[in-house]
Design a protein around this ligand. Structure first.
Ligand code: ZN
Ligand code: ZN
Length: 140
């Protein structure tokens, strides 16, 4: 798993300044055990750097996304989450009724990737998908 220093190192190597706010944002994403939201990141940052603006958080997330250091995922119902690139590829089954999130190994979608390649000559970029439906409890 990547440490915050790795993300920070990549940023500084590309000429970005490592402000204390940016370091705190990186640490919040890196230390989260789930898909942390921009609001959660902001709460984490503002507790340490009072007066920081939420637009700073959004700008930093945008930058990290562009550099490929974090993945963004639509969790449904206006919820967007983030996690570090180093956490590997996986997908999520998201219950549209109760909001439960079930993690799925990326290998589960390899057959779909193969079909898309065969039928459409399309090399699908299936690294982090959210698939919506009903969980076991909500199907009853
Ligand atoms: Zn994920
Ligand atoms: Zn459910």
């Amino acid at each position: 798993m990547e440490q915050p220093e790795d993300m920070a190192g990549k940023l500084s190597r590309q000429g970005y300044r490592l402000t204390p706010q940016r370091m705190t944002i990186l640490a919040a994403i890196e230390n989260s055990d789930h898909h942390i939201s921009a609001d959660e990141i902001y709460a984490h940052v503002v507790a340490r750097h009072p007066g920081v603006n939420i637009s700073t958080v959004y700008r930093t997330l945008e930058l990290l996304k562009q550099l490929g250091l974090i993945y963004e995922i639509d969790l449904g119902g206006d919820r967007v989450g983030y996690h570090p690139e180093g956490r590997g590829h996986h997908h999520h089954l998201i219950c549209r009724k109760c909001g439960a999130i079930i993690d799925v190994n990326e290998a589960v979608l390899f057959p779909l990737q193969a079909v898309l390649l065969q039928a459409f000559n399309f090399s699908a970029d299936l690294r982090h998908l959210a698939i919506f439906g009903l969980c076991n409890n909500c199907r009853k």
